[in-house]
Design a protein around this ligand. Structure first.
Ligand SMILES: Cc1cc2nc3c(=O)[nH]c(=O)nc-3n(C[C@H](O)[C@H](O)[C@H](O)COP(=O)(O)O)c2cc1C
Length: 352
């Protein structure tokens, strides 16, 4: 029997209300994305990876600094780096900022990250990977979790070798995205490997990769024995996918709902990143929100060409009369913000 998607589970003493985890995605998982994911049924959200290199160098190319809020909880903050001591220091900052979990990135395949010895490279350097997890676990009271790919090369089974050792080193949960770093996002996620990992460790495993629907989520949970599924690309500009997987929603959202969610997202992102950064950052989201047959294609192109976000909002409201009322309702239901700024840079490098 597969687990019920809307049932709670735990990572150590952290209770997570559903089996859906919103994936960390660099350049996507801003606070607005995480809050939205929680509203639609994600039980746990994760920040995109933040660089602990910023601690020692201060020269990281950044998108800004991480902001986290009480209403996002349970919240994991993901850190990446190659030096155990620096990672431990970053983890303490994450704990002080009020996160519930510290997640360590051993999955990022992007060259700028791997060439520093961080991300997926650590799957091939298990001793160092264990030292990092040990140092981080010793430095904080929070549970420490790890997110991995299967390994560097296609067909690699490195995750199965290193996974149990990471648990011994102190990892309280493992997430596996069973593609190789070389594969990036091509091919399919091989969840047979996730099932093998579940057999090998006695901590909850989260299955990441190609979970796009409630049906697929159910299959993955059943076939792997994982405690939860992680949803990434399917949720980009599409919180309704999370609602569908949670069993709360059925069918496509109405146009006014799409526009209301997009405008809410835009406004929250401006608060978070500032207008200038947000303007560029948001462009990719227009296609994600307005695609999937929701609006005609040229409409997205028109929005991308507009100069300012006020013009974008105006065009959106004109295209979906009624969205203003939906937006007012959404804004009225939002909890009071109570944010803490974490002094760790959001890396401009993408990927995981
Ligand atoms: C744009 C993008 C950015 C990502 N950034 C991260 C990241 O910062 N940390 C991480 O662990 N994984 C990252 N990932 C990987 C996702 O968390 C997830 O494991 C992967 O996309 C597979 O899940 P999906 O098929 O549901 O998208 C990223 C993926 C994408 C598409």
């Amino acid at each position: 029997m597969a687990v019920q998607i809307e049932s709670s589970w735990r990572i150590r003493d952290i209770e997570i209300p559903t089996r859906i985890v919103l994936a960390p995605m660099a350049g996507v998982s801003v606070q607005a994305f995480r809050r939205q994911g929680r509203r639609f049924g994600a039980g746990l959200v994760c920040s995109e990876m933040v660089s602990c290199a910023g601690l020692s160098h201060g020269n990281e190319r950044t998108l800004g600094y991480l902001r986290i809020g009480r209403d996002e909880r349970p919240l994991a903050v993901q850190i990446f780096g190659a030096e155990p001591g620096v990672m431990a220091e970053a983890a303490r900052m994450v704990e002080d900022a009020g996160a519930d979990l510290v997640d360590v990135n051993f999955g990022c395949p992007v060259r700028k990250v791997t060439k520093t010895g961080a991300g997926a490279t650590l799957l091939e350097d298990p001793d160092r990977a264990c030292r990092i997890v040990e140092a981080v676990a010793e430095s904080v009271d929070l549970p420490v979790t790890v997110k991995m790919r299967r390994g560097l090369a296609d067909g690699s089974r490195a995750a199965l070798e290193v996974g149990p050792r990471l648990v011994e080193a102190g990892a309280a949960s493992l997430t596996l995205h069973p593609r190789s770093a070389k594969q990036m996002y091509t091919g399919t996620a091989d969840h047979a490997l996730t099932a093998e990992l579940v057999e090998l460790v006695d901590v909850p495993v989260v299955a990441s990769g190609d979970v796009v629907s409630r049906e697929r989520a159910g299959e993955v949970l059943q076939e792997t024995g994982a405690a939860a599924v992680m949803v990434g690309r399917a949720a980009q500009g599409n919180p309704w996918a999370i609602g569908e997987i949670a069993g709360r929603l059925d069918g496509q959202p109405a146009r006014e709902e799409v526009v209301a969610e997009l405008v809410l997202f835009m406004r929250a992102t401006v608060d978070e990143l500032g207008e200038q950064r947000a303007t560029g950052f948001l462009k990719k989201f227009y296609g994600w929100y307005l695609g999937r047959g929701r609006f005609p294609k040229p409409f997205k192109q028109e929005l991308v060409r507009l100069e300012g976000l006020a013009d974008v909002e105006e065009r959106l409201f004109a295209a979906a009369p009624g969205a203003g009322d939906v937006l007012a309702r959404l804004e009225g239901d939002l909890p009071e913000e109570d944010d803490v700024l974490l002094d760790l840079p959001i890396s401009a490098y993408g990927g995981g």
